[in-house]
Structure formats: structure tokens, C-alpha cells
Ligand binder design. Structure first.
Ligand code: UD1
Length: 338
């Protein structure tokens, strides 16, 4: 297939691009580069062993998007592009709604006009809102606790309505906590500013960029008191996109379907700290801080639907996730800006 990947220069997008090409698909990237570095592109081309057509603009630009589709002859779209920082989304909510919903409208219109029939969407376990039901399965009601989360809920709704009204076939992929990096250590997660998420923060402490980790809460009702999450290797996540794309192609009767991409296992913050110390051989000094607002005690996937329907299952262990993150971080202490 010839696949347009929006946000293809970002963390999850870049790893998926490498796997799509390895699986024999042709890839075109469009990325605004507001939260990605152009220096990822030569590295991607090295890994993929081919040049990759890349366009630098915001998919909200309807004219440019339409022109790209007029030339592109795409068979499918994977839509990663979007803003994703939970805290920031409460400070600048209109930016989040405008960006995440605007790209969705623009893409759906272009896909309709140019008869592109398949879309894989980058959703999140955040759509399960404040549910305390674990493992989380796809039929739980969706909801949110912050503007970022609402954009994902709304995007899922808009995409589902469009699909059911004869629009493209759509896969809603609900990611749990993506971590890790390509085994080469040449591409990985490179957050701008202070990382919001646990794994890049731990990695930056281990490499000496930050002094100490704050562990947000050790009084949760969990075995060691710290919160449990379903960490999934970004390479497993990328494989889930290829599987979803191929599944939709083989099942034209599907209009829209949600799949969790997680391992089904919960790991605590302290378990991650210890696993990272073991993988890196470096200490990760940490202090206990108050709980972070909006955090759930426990969040992990029921991944059985993806396994039975897509034939996909996460393969990589926490040890491997930490080892690969460390390889990337140690080789690129300042990320892509070194
Ligand atoms: C967060 C978002 C989620 C989003 C996902 C994207 C919130 C409430 N949720 O998930 O909507 O889809 O990122 O990857 O922000 N932790 C620390 N110290 C730190 C950072 C994190 O103790 O410096 C803890 C958190 O309290 C949490 C765990 O580590 O228990 C994982 O946090 P994080 O990586 O931010 O992911 P989520 O909060 O699960």
C-alpha cells in the first residue's frame, strides 16, 4: 500500500514508518515539525534503506492537504499528528481542540474527495477517563479528565460517525504507555523541555541531564504504593499499526473498530526505576512527591481483542524497553539536537 503518515517524524510515527517500509509498503510523511526534529529524517532513511518523501506543513492547512492528496494516490492514511501534553492542554485548550480536531476534519475531507478508503488513528487509553475497571477493555464507556483527553474522545466520535456514514474504514488504536526505542539507538523519544512522561524523565536522570526523579505518590492501593501502568515497547506499538492496516484491507466489512495496544501487565513507578537502573548501570536518584492531579492508581489493557482479531501481541519485556531507551539516550544525550 501507499501510505500517508501524518506526524511521521514524531516518536511513534517514526518507528512505524520504519516497520511499514520493512513490510513492503510505500510511505509518504507529512509533519509540521512543531514537536519533531528534521534530523530524524536522514536517520529514518538509513534505517529504511530508502529515501522517504516528506512534506513539511500542518495538516490543518486544507489547501496544502488537498494538493498533497491530489498528487499522492494514497491507499491509506495513518494519523499520528497531534498535540499530546496533558498539562499543557489545560493551559491552552483552544490550541488543543483546534489542532487535534482541525487535522481530523482536514484529513477526512481530503480522503473523501480523493477516495482514500482506510485510516488508522492514533488514539489513547486516556479515552477510558476515570474508569477504575481493569483490565480496560474496548467496550468501556469513553470519557476524559482534561482537554487533551477530550480531543481524543471527540476525534474517535467524529471518525466513527464518518466511517458509519460511508466514509473510510477506520481503526482506533488505543495506546497504553509507549516507551523504548529502535534497537539501533538512532531514533527514539525526544521530548522538548521537561519531559511530562515517566520513561523519558528517568532516562534523562540516568544520563545526567536532570538531577532527580519525583515519584508522584507512594500511597496508592498497589503493592509498593506507586501507580501501575501498562508500558509497551514502541516497536510493538508500531507493529500494531501495520497489523491494523493489513486487517482493515482484508476486512472490507469493518467500518470502524477500536483496539487496545498494551501488554496487559501493570508495572509500578518504582519497578520501572529499578529496571532502568539495572539496564543502564546508572543510579536514578528519586524522591517521593505528592500525587499528580488526574492520575489513576492503576491502568492496564485487556489486549485480547487485538490478539484474536489482528493476530498481534506485544512481545518485548520491561527489561528490553529499558535497555533500548538507554541505548538511545546514552548515544543521544541531548536527543536529536546534539
Ligand atoms: C500520560 C497521560 C495520558 C497520555 C499519556 C501519553 C496523564 C494523567 N496521562 O499517561 O493521557 O495518553 O501520558 O503517553 O498525564 N510519574 C512520576 N514521575 C514523573 C512522571 C510520571 O512518578 O516525573 C508517574 C505518574 O504519576 C504515573 C506514571 O509515572 O503514575 C506514568 O506517567 P506518564 O508517563 O506521565 O503516563 P500516564 O500518566 O499514564
Amino acid at each position: 500500500m501507499r501510505v500517508l503518515v501524518t506526524g511521521g517524524a514524531g516518536y511513534i510515527g517514526s518507528h512505524t514508518v520504519v516497520q511499514l517500509i520493512a513490510a513492503g509498503h510505500e510511505v509518504v510523511i507529512v509533519d509540521s515539525f512543531v514537536n519533531a526534529s528534521p534530523s530524524v529524517l536522514p536517520r529514518l532513511e538509513d534505517l529504511a534503506g530508502t529515501s522517504i518523501e516528506t512534506h513539511s506543513f500542518d495538516v490543518r492547512d486544507v489547501d496544502k492537504t488537498s494538493a498533497l492528496f491530489a498528487e499522492g494516490r494514497f491507499d491509506a492514511v495513518i494519523h499520528f499528528a497531534g498535540l499530546k501534553a496533558v498539562g499543557e492542554s489545560s493551559e491552552i485548550p483552544l490550541e488543543y481542540y483546534d489542532n487535534n480536531l482541525g487535522t481530523t476534519f482536514s484529513l477526512l475531507r481530503a480522503m473523501q474527495r480523493h477516495e482514500v478508503g482506510t485510516l488508522v488513528f492514533s488514539s489513547s487509553a486516556t479515552v477510558y477517563g476515570e474508569t477504575t475497571t481493569v483490565p480496560m477493555h474496548e467496550d468501556l464507556p469513553t470519557s476524559a479528565t482534561n482537554p487533551y483527553g477530550w480531543t481524543k474522545v471527540m476525534q474517535e466520535q467524529i471518525l466513527s460517525d464518518a466511517a458509519r456514514a460511508g466514509g473510510p474504514q477506520i481503526a482506533l488504536l488505543r495506546y497504553f504507555n509507549p516507551v523504548g526505542a529502535h534497537v539501533s539507538g538512532t531514533i527514539g523519544e525526544d521530548p522538548q523541555g521537561t519531559p511530562n512522561n515517566l520513561m523519558p524523565f528517568i532516562a534523562q536522570v540516568a544520563v545526567g541531564r536532570r538531577a532527580r526523579l519525583q515519584v508522584f505518590g507512594d500511597d496508592y492501593p498497589t503493592p509498593d504504593g506507586t501507580a501501575l501502568r501498562d508500558y509497551i515497547h514502541v516497536e510493538d506499538l508500531a507493529a500494531g499499526h501495520v497489523a491494523a492496516l493489513e486487517h482493515l484491507g482484508a476486512h472490507p466489512e469493518i467500518d470502524v473498530r477500536a483496539w487496545n495496544l498494551g501488554t496487559g501487565q501493570g508495572s509500578s513507578v518504582l519497578e520501572m526505576v529499578r529496571a532502568f537502573e539495572a539496564a543502564s548501570g546508572r543510579p536514578v536518584p528519586h524522591d517521593v512527591a505528592p500525587r499528580r492531579r488526574g492520575d489513576l492508581a492503576v491502568c492496564y489493557a485487556d489486549p485480547t481483542r487485538a490478539e484474536s482479531e489482528l493476530g498481534w501481541r506485544a512481545q518485548h519485556t520491561i527489561e528490553r524497553m529499558c535497555a533500548d531507551t538507554w541505548r538511545w539516550q546514552a548515544a543521544n544525550p541531548q536527543g536529536y539536537n546534539a
